[in-house]
Design a protein around this ligand. Sequence first.
Ligand code: PCA
Length: 210
Amino acid sequence: MLQILMTGFEPFGGSPMNPSALLTEALVQEGLPGAVLHAAILPVIGGLGTTGARSNLAGHIQRIRPEVVICLGESNRSTHIAFERVAINLRDDRIADNAGVQCRDLPVVEGGPDAYFSSLPVREMRDACEGEGVPALLSTSAGSFLCNEVMYGLLHGMARGEFPTVVRGGFIHVPQLPEQAAQRGGPSMRLAHMLLGLRPSLLALVAPLG
Ligand code: PCA
């Protein structure tokens, strides 16, 4: 059976919740035909330290040895579920991470390539999501905060043979929840609606690999 590691992030930026964590847990609890799903919640901490998101993710990959890694994160400005195509070698943070650190114009990996493309079938996954009537798009920027850093770190590790079991990896941004929008404004989507779109996206990913 195909082993899929799904990750979400802990809350950050003053909000008490993060839809990416709730979605990861809900999807893994529900299960998926043809695959075994594993959930992990990553800290919103940048850099290479042992408490950071990147080493946390690497630890989960080494333990679970998945074929597929799908990372989810919240974008509180997004109206759509955004299937990220590209991760860039840049850390330039709008806000401080949960360790209180805010980076300016730093690379994710010193001397690394400028960018990596997602190896998830993002178009098929977006189409499957949209097919359920859930707003979805292909995005060409995962930003320059933790989500981009984790996506870049994952694809860099795959490119360098550090995660030999992983054949597909990438990132999906999800909107904030209505409860969060009620506090701070901006667009939102209900958790049930996001689940409605993400389930067929995962099936679209699994079908050709099964
Ligand atoms: N979203 C942030 C980091 C954690 C999360 O859920 C981002 O878009 O970078």
